[in-house]
Ligand binder design. Structure first.
Ligand SMILES: [Zn+2]
Length: 407
């Protein structure tokens, strides 16, 4: 007892002797961390698993001949070349997004091809600034040449309609991943947003799709799919998978679009990566509650987003979370399965005006890196989050392709 008291006394005296940092020293340290975060954002490759630029451009009726300057700099949306360079973003996966309506109207493959054409047209318009990439090696080469690489992922396997051979077609066009479904159950599997559970997981056709994706070297993306579909995928795939833009359900109980702890553990066991979605309603329960309040108010008062009453209500009910919350999701994955299974999948240009404070667009990645440094993440850990984890999965899937494609 005496000894313990003695040790305690020494400890107290050591602690009390240690000069406490002044406010000035604290802010000087903080400034250094911010500078280091900027440096790391530019020294490391940054990949982002999901950016909805192509569909945003389609929505805006973008024309490469007349509107191409907006790719370099614009006040619209969350992405342009200038802001990407400020943020250190090197490899934004361009989402080739197929809305689920196309599953009934037809034309899904046509839409996918036209969005890929659009990404290629960006490369053609600015060959010194952008280049389409289909492997991690290609990204590294392009980044070394000072370019922003544009890998592609199709969001919604409906793009292949009912034709397995379209998978090879899309791989030949440079597609690196396919999100099996989107807002509705499709021919491949069930969606987390749907309520019909048409297949109770992955369909027979979906089984062939996964097998063929493994064979061709296309990553399977489990974002958007239902829990039962996820567990079917994990049983069927011979390759590690990604969740291109999903967050942790731990923080948003009942939101099936995010991944449960159990799913994250299974994903990690398979060698995969969850790329955290930044959208406030993906990361923060409070934001979900405010969103529901806004929807209720709009419904009760019969308002559309264009009505001034709606605008003033949303202005006084901000749904924004903050950059720390995104770091909380990263912390959570790391606490569950370690540092090797987490990455970034912002959903920029895909989640509207719901992005968290200090993560508003592609110029803001350094703000997240700063929070991670402040929380004690090592620089090599941050490097894994920025790109190495995704490169590991992507490289593995590509290297196991039965017939490596000439891309
Ligand atoms: Zn999505």
């Amino acid at each position: 007892m005496k000894n313990i008291s003695f040790v305690f006394l020494i400890l107290v005296s050591v602690i009390s002797c240690k000069p406490t940092p002044t406010g000035n020293e604290d802010s000087a340290n903080d400034e250094q961390l911010k500078i280091r975060a900027q440096e790391l954002a530019h020294n490391f490759i940054i990949t982002d698993g999901h950016i909805d630029l192509p569909y945003r451009l389609k929505h805006q009726k973008f024309n490469i001949d007349t509107d191409k300057a907006s790719i370099l700099s614009t006040t619209e949306g969350d992405f342009d070349f200038e802001r990407a360079k400020i943020g250190g973003l090197d490899a934004p996966f361009m989402s080739i997004y197929i809305p689920s309506d196309y599953q009934t109207t037809g034309g899904a493959k046509l839409l996918a091809d036209s969005l890929i054409d659009m990404v290629e047209s960006i490369e053609r318009a600015f060959p010194e600034k952008f280049a389409v990439a289909a492997t991690p090696e290609q990204v590294s080469q392009m980044v070394a040449a000072g370019k922003i690489a544009l890998p592609m992922g199709i969001e919604n396997g409906a793009a292949i309609e009912d034709n397995l051979s379209y998978l090879a077609h899309f791989r030949n066009r440079g597609v690196s991943y396919i999100t099996l479904t989107h807002a509705k159950d499709n021919l491949i599997c069930d969606s987390s947003y749907d309520t019909t559970y048409m297949h109770n997981g992955v369909s027979k056709f979906g089984e062939s799709v996964i097998k063929e994706m493994n064979r061709l070297g296309i990553m399977v993306d489990v974002s958007h799919i239902s829990d039962s579909a996820f567990y079917d995928v994990m049983r069927l795939t011979t390759q590690p998978v990604i969740a291109s833009h999903s967050s942790c359900r731990h923080f948003t109980p009942g939101f099936e679009r995010n991944m449960s702890d159990e799913m994250i553990k299974v994903l990690a066991k398979n060698g995969g990566v969850i790329q955290i979605n930044f959208g406030s309603t993906f990361i923060d329960e409070n934001s979900i509650a405010v969103k529901e309040e806004i929807e209720k108010y709009a419904e009760e008062n019969n308002l559309t987003e264009e009505d001034s009453l709606y605008k003033s209500y949303t202005a006084s009910h901000p749904i924004y979370s903050n950059v720390d919350k995104v770091a909380d999701h990263i912390d959570h994955v790391v606490s569950l399965v370690g540092i090797d299974h987490v990455g970034l999948g912002s959903d920029y240009d895909g989640v509207g005006d719901s992005l968290p404070l200090l993560l508003k667009d592609v110029s803001h990645y350094p703000n997240l890196i700063y929070v991670l440094l402040k929380r004690g993440y090592s620089e090599s850990d941050i490097e894994k989050i920025c790109y190495k984890n995704v490169f590991r999965v992507w490289g593995e899937v590509v290297s196991h392709a039965e017939q490596p494609q000439a891309l």
